[in-house]
Write a protein that binds this ligand. Structure first.
Ligand SMILES: Nc1ncnc2c1ncn2[C@@H]1O[C@H](COP(=O)(O)OP(=O)(O)OP(=O)(O)O)[C@@H](O)[C@H]1O
Ligand SMILES: Nc1ncnc2c1ncn2[C@@H]1O[C@H](COP(=O)(O)OP(=O)(O)OP(=O)(O)O)[C@@H](O)[C@H]1O
Ligand SMILES: [Mg+2]
Ligand SMILES: [Mg+2]
Lengths: 262, 262
């Protein structure tokens, strides 16, 4: 998640999940964004998935079975789709009981059917993202190594801190995934150095990001990553040896190693 | 404006305004985004501008003089700054009279002091953007020539159509500014061809985009454009002969030619 738009949330959620699946781990993507880009990316048409319900129902229908709202889209790869109704969900949930914990409740009913559950959040700090933050254990922050991108991260971390204090004591920040990365430029290198220094200084601080880091490798800019959503494919289906695929595969290996160890 | 995030709205608003200013036209940037990136980009610190008020006051204080909420930041270049309070504005305006027309009223009081007024909108279709759409005459849509970016444009055009029917009959779509453009890739060329075909088919349709086009030139990806906000400078102050400056200068010349002719 990242409340800033266009930073690589969907591209990372989908391709990291696909890389985990390729590595033999069961991965479920939940598309919390009314834009439904993760849904499109995984080859589904929002509103036409062959499931009893979607993420919208998981949030708004306490009786729906969440297992009937997800479907398999690849080997070890599952999707809880979004649809246009999800845009109304924030308004409809606004005055309901437990409006922040609906998603957590739904995921609990999925009872560990998947090793990894990845939530693709919209670019805002509204109720959909809040449901994501309350349901999640770890936050992964995709971002571009640009000055204006740094500006938004502070606010995001404040929000995570508040959610941890008031709604989800287990919430931690896993770290940052650098997207659309141009490692050649001094600008990018300076921004990365800033981020790494910030995390180093936070070690042992008890903050939700005290064990956070900048993940390796950064994901390089690669047009294939922008093309494959138009075919409803992950990078591993579309161009399995493109730089984008190589980077997400290595990233997944590092994630598996770190999260297996926990 | 574009409800999708990170597409180049701020970079385009600021550098197009600066190019218009360089060409001798008086340009005012109004920063409608609580993120205040345009404010930072133009060298101001949100919350510390030496003005009586900010865009927040223009929206919420019917008695404030809008001319006291803008300040000159360069030759021919003016800024109405954003500040953190603007995040609360959407909630505070939600139940007020004329909540959609506050900005229009404020701009009218500026009584043509500036030849161009450019509004930098946040990545959402909330009240701040709606105030922008109701106040504006033309909508410029920055976007990247990517498949997932195309997905959002349809929804944006629907919204513009609704605003035109219900709140602002003069509203038209000027066109699309291609940002972070990689003209070499087939993918970008296909997306641009799609957009141009769509606009060609809309000629004479009476839709708000019936005279819209894809502006020339596209703005190429150029790291200088990502660096200069960190110094509070426009591209013309930071690197006046970089590709990013050349592209925005040509874009401004085309805009001037087209809007002078109207
Ligand atoms: N490494 C990359 N190389 C090239 N293009 C990329 C890369 N990562 C993402 N993109 C493209 O950049 C655009 C933005 O990425 P994406 O949609 O994943 O961001 P997002 O944060 O999910 O956006 P939103 O805030 O709208 O949900 C998309 O068109 C995507 O295809
Ligand atoms: N042509 C370009 N070349 C390189 N970097 C660019 C270019 N245009 C924009 N950027 C960078 O890309 C990022 C996103 O651009 P920008 O902030 O202008 O988008 P935005 O649509 O205003 O985002 P938001 O939705 O958050 O308001 C910024 O870090 C900006 O500096
Ligand atoms: Mg997304
Ligand atoms: Mg912006």
């Amino acid at each position: 998640m990242n409340q800033k738009g266009g930073v690589g949330k969907t591209t990372t959620t989908v391709n990291l999940a696909a890389a985990l699946a390729e590595a033999g781990r069961s991965a479920l993507v939940l598309d919390l964004d009314p834009q439904a880009h993760a849904t499109l990316h995984l080859g589904e048409t929002p509103g036409q998935t062959e499931t009893t319900g979607t993420v919208y129902d998981m949030l708004l229908d306490p009786d729906v079975d969440p297992r009937a709202c997800v479907r398999q889209v690849g080997e070890n790869l599952w999707l809880g789709a979004s649809e246009t109704d999800l845009a109304a969900a924030e308004g409809e949930l606004a005055d309901k009981d437990g409006r922040h914990t609906r998603l957590r409740g739904a995921i609990e009913k999925l009872a560990g059917a998947h090793e990894y559950v990845l939530l693709d959040c919209p670019p805002s700090l509204g109720l959909l993202t809040m449901n994501g933050l309350v349901a999640a254990r770890e936050v992964v922050i995709p971002m571009q190594a640009h000055f204006l991108a740094l500006q938004g991260v502070g606010k995001l971390l404040e929000t995570i801190q508040l959610v941890r204090e008031q709604l989800n004591p287990e919430l931690t920040v896993a770290g940052i995934v650098l997207c659309m990365h141009d490692g050649q430029t001094t600008h990018a290198q300076e921004v990365v150095a800033d981020l790494e220094a910030f995390f180093d200084e936070s070690r042992g601080s008890g903050k939700p990001w005290s064990n956070a880091k900048v993940y390796s490798p950064p994901v390089r800019r690669n047009i294939k990553l922008a093309e494959c959503p138009s075919f409803g494919q992950t990078i591993f289906q579309y161009a399995p040896w493109a730089p984008g695929a190589i980077d997400y595969r290595k990233l997944a290996a590092n994630v598996i190693q770190e999260w297996d160890a926990q």
